[in-house]
Design a binder for this molecule. Sequence first.
Ligand code: ZN
Length: 356
Amino acid sequence: MFRNRKYFHVLLIIATAASLWGAAAIGQTPDKPPQKAPEQQSPEQQSPEQAPPALPEKAPDFVPGSWTLVLLPDTQMYAEDYPGLFTMQTHWIAKNKDKFDIRYVLHLGDITNGSKKFEWERSREAMSELDGVVPYALVPGNHDYHALADRRTRLNDYFPLEKYKQWPTFGGAMDDDMCNSYHLFSAGGTDWIVLALEWAPRDETVAWANQLLTKYADRKAIVLTHAYLYQDDTRYNFAEKGKKQGASPHGYPCNTSANDGEELWQKLVRNNGNVVLVVCGHVGHGRGFLASENDKGKKVHQMLVDYQSRELGGEGFLRMLEFLPDGKTVQVKSYSPLYDAHMLDPGSMFQFKLDE
Ligand SMILES: [Zn+2]
């Protein structure tokens, strides 16, 4: 009954998506999803005098010996309207765990749209596809608080700390809940720590995260938080840019301290030499990438991805980071199990290198 209902949603979505894809992809093969409009492109991707270079025909094949980190961008519209798509994503991850050696899944926050109980139930059901198969970390986004100014969320009612404490990769939590947690795992011959931090982390959260990065200085670190980079490829910086950067963490009601992207960079990321990657969602049509040099002269790669403003709340697109066997190269892909297709534009498919 449960599963039948789940797959009924999936069937419904496939039917809708097939018609959408057909309408949107006239003249394009399924491997070439609709491209961004010029006004949405990052400045460096625009070339007013020349035609843009031709897109690659297809995504590069998975390189044997690589391992994969999957990012699940904002699922809020799925939780509200298209739960079958959310389940399709997690089901696909579980099914392809061995094929792509998927070691961890990071949910980028805004799990729900209105922190409503039915949305949380659907989210728990979708994420449960991964339980016992692939470990995951998740963070609350602004939409996951039913009283944002006071940071009240139902996250912990549906994703309780007691459950995750049992997981071998679960490091611990700041408080007695899942709003701030850390995770320890090894992949590709490297020991990793993931810091999963709440929406607009408070000062005490930043202090806790700093302690952990010091304690685990011998591990490469990934910071996961919902809002950090904006779609202009710069960090959220309310002090300098104010509301020019839409949906800034400082533009919401807040009765506690709060830190935006630039504040996190200054207080947490740049001074800890082991942070190699920061990932975030939050910006509706957003994708962004920024490499900045930390205090040790090493590059920190910072990535925004969020597909919630697309049709069907995101069309099932998720982001895969394939860590190649050389231990340095990371191949970024954006894939939809709904279409079995990749986005091929340079903002969605590219490489970066660790340890530079
Ligand atoms: Zn958000």
